[in-house]
Design a protein around this ligand. Structure first.
Ligand SMILES: Cc1cc2nc3c(=O)[nH]c(=O)nc-3n(C[C@H](O)[C@H](O)[C@H](O)COP(=O)(O)OP(=O)(O)OC[C@H]3O[C@@H](n4cnc5c(N)ncnc54)[C@H](O)[C@@H]3O)c2cc1C
Length: 511
């Protein structure tokens, strides 16, 4: 079957791109699970846009650049902040019910934003509202949607991406779909880590498929760890939004001691990487596996109204957060890196586009400003569709990076292949919140051996594991190379930023 647009992924990036693209041709959405299984639906805080009376795109840009620790692409970030208001209007037009107060849009404030500029929907249920609004519209439109269809590889014709090979994850049958423009919107790789806020579908497939196809991949060492994920025995990891700390919650240890003031003068409102490392240090010193987030100082009705999803989720698992502190620990949360694109979503492979969390246009640099990621997905998904209209046949491309490096070919070895928990444990322990040369070196060796030991994948778990191992290698190799600390990447042996490292690490598979 041939379509004008093949869009891989049905989170906000894929759905929004598809809803725009349907105006210009036939659209096929391929998605690995059910349409709504993705990271988008779990987003809580909201989406950033400088729409408040005292705000401006310039202020938003300043905050974005400051958070990114020297690696933000200023052209891309300027586009991000200046196109934000228009994209919010599009989302509202597509049915996203943003919250309002007295007829004006309600704006929350989050860490490292100098203004209140976070739009939300249903309090802390922003992502669920976005996902459901867009997916119901997509279902009602002419868009063809194939669920449980995993994109495995890109097929080339005359040197350009021309089709995708897929696997039906229920029947294990293969099919190829041809497209004029192929758009990867396959989300992040949070499943690399033992503790993660990400959906089970976040296995880095977009990065892995693109890397194997010869596209450049950038900034893979920058993984944002969220400091506060719910830590209850037997309960799936669940994000406790930053906004809870924004409302004055304190972080305390098992003895009730508040520890953040001794790490940073902003205490609980320090940036995510600082808070995550502080908790990591506390846990390493005490041997405990959790600290506590205490919001019991607020009136119960305020807590349940401001954080309905968190309140309900905890209550369902036997914890009343209006009465007891919330047990939390850090968790892998967001991948700043991904498939390298220009500001039109073009990759280094002709005909292949990427947007959303699997892409990297360097608007986040080394550290994402909270709530900029949902914004990035829509700003650059729109530009992908615009570009396909300008380009005669959707075959644009971005210049290749002269200094790009390739992963070494893994040699034959005796190591047995890993399972996913083994991989996640290795990444958590050795390529995690605090990094050091020796563990990183061991991790790169183990990952390379595992890559060569993996049998050719034949089903969804096999493909996901192979993709995770590849993403793990890209992350670990970049983390080992980057001999400094910057943004979310922290090296105990190089605790400061170094000017010579104010550059991106780019991988390209030239094989
Ligand atoms: C718990 C949580 C809270 C967050 N809160 C916020 C927030 O408040 N504000 C903010 O800005 N950001 C937030 N983020 C980040 C933000 O939600 C994501 O960056 C964003 O939703 C990514 O959108 P996406 O469309 O790129 O990817 P996703 O929404 O993850 O969608 C990826 C899609 O690709 C599909 N897919 C994957 N592999 C394949 C394959 N091989 N073949 C076919 N389909 C495939 C998946 O099934 C899925 O449909 C949060 C993230 C999490 C996990």
């Amino acid at each position: 079957m041939r379509y004008d647009y093949i869009i891989a992924g049905s989170g906000i990036a894929g759905l929004y791109a598809a809803l725009l693209a349907r105006e210009h041709g036939s659209v096929l959405i391929l998605t690995k699970g059910s349409i709504d299984e993705c990271n988008t639906r779990y987003a809580q805080g909201g989406i950033a846009a400088a729409v408040g009376p005292d705000d401006s795109p310039e202020l938003h840009l300043r905050d974005t650049i400051a958070a990114g620790a020297g690696l933000v692409d200023e052209e891309a970030a300027s586009i991000l902040v200046s196109e934000a208001a228009e994209r919010i209007r599009d989302l509202a037009r597509f049915g996203v019910p943003f919250d309002s107060v007295d007829g004006a849009v309600a704006l929350g404030r989050e860490g490292a934003h100098s203004q209140a500029r976070i739009l939300h929907a249903g309090g802390d249920a922003t992502g669920a509202h976005i996902e459901l609004s867009l997916s119901s519209l997509a279902r009602m439109s002419q868009i063809t949607i194939k669920e449980f269809c995993q994109v495995e590889e890109i097929v080339f014709e005359d040197g350009a991406a021309a089709a995708v090979e897929t696997l039906d994850t229920r029947t294990n049958t293969r099919e190829t779909f041809e497209g004029r423009a192929i758009v990867l919107a396959m989300g992040g790789c949070g499943q690399l880590y033992r503790v993660s806020t990400n959906s089970e579908v976040a296995t880095g497939d977009g990065v892995a498929v693109a890397y194997r196809a010869g596209a450049e991949v950038m900034d893979m060492e920058f993984i944002q760890f969220h400091p506060t994920a719910l830590r209850l025995p037997g309960v799936p990891v669940f994000l406790i939004s930053e906004a809870v700390r924004g409302e004055g919650a304190s972080l305390i240890d098992a003895d009730g001691r508040r520890f953040m003031p001794s790490y940073d003068e902003r205490a609980e409102l320090a940036s995510r990487d600082i808070v995550a490392r502080a908790i990591h240090t506390e846990l390493a010193a005490s041997g405990a596996d959790r600290v506590y987030l205490d919001i019991t100082h607020l009136p119960p009705e305020k807590v349940s109204a401001r954080f309905p999803q968190i309140y309900r989720y905890c209550l369902e698992h036997g914890l009343d957060i209006t009465k007891e502190p919330i047990p939390v620990s850090p968790a892998a949360h967001y991948a700043m890196g991904g498939v390298r694109t220009n500001v039109w979503g073009e990759t280094t492979v002709p005909g292949l586009y990427a947007c959303g969390e699997c892409a990297c246009v360097a608007v986040h640099g080394a550290n994402r400003l909270a709530s900029n990621s949902l914004l990035e997905t829509v700003v650059f998904a729109r530009r992908v569709v615009e570009r396909t209209l300008e380009e005669e046949n959707g075959r644009g491309t971005v210049d290749r990076t002269p200094s790009a490096i390739a992963l070494s070919q893994p040699g034959p070895g005796e190591t047995p292949p890993p399972d996913r928990p083994e991989l996640q444990a290795l990444m958590w322990e050795q390529v995690g919140i605090v990094r050091d040369e020796q563990p990183l070196r061991q991790a790169t060796v183990a990952l390379s051996a595992w890559q060569s030991a993996l049998p050719p994948p034949s089903d969804r778990p096999g493909h996901e594991l192979a993709n995770l191992v590849l993403c793990g290698r890209l992350t670990a190799e970049a983390a080992l190379l980057r001999e400094e600390s910057r943004g979310a990447h922290y090296r105990r042996d190089f605790p400061e930023p170094r000017e010579e490292w104010r550059r991106h690490i780019v991988f390209r598979n030239d094989a």
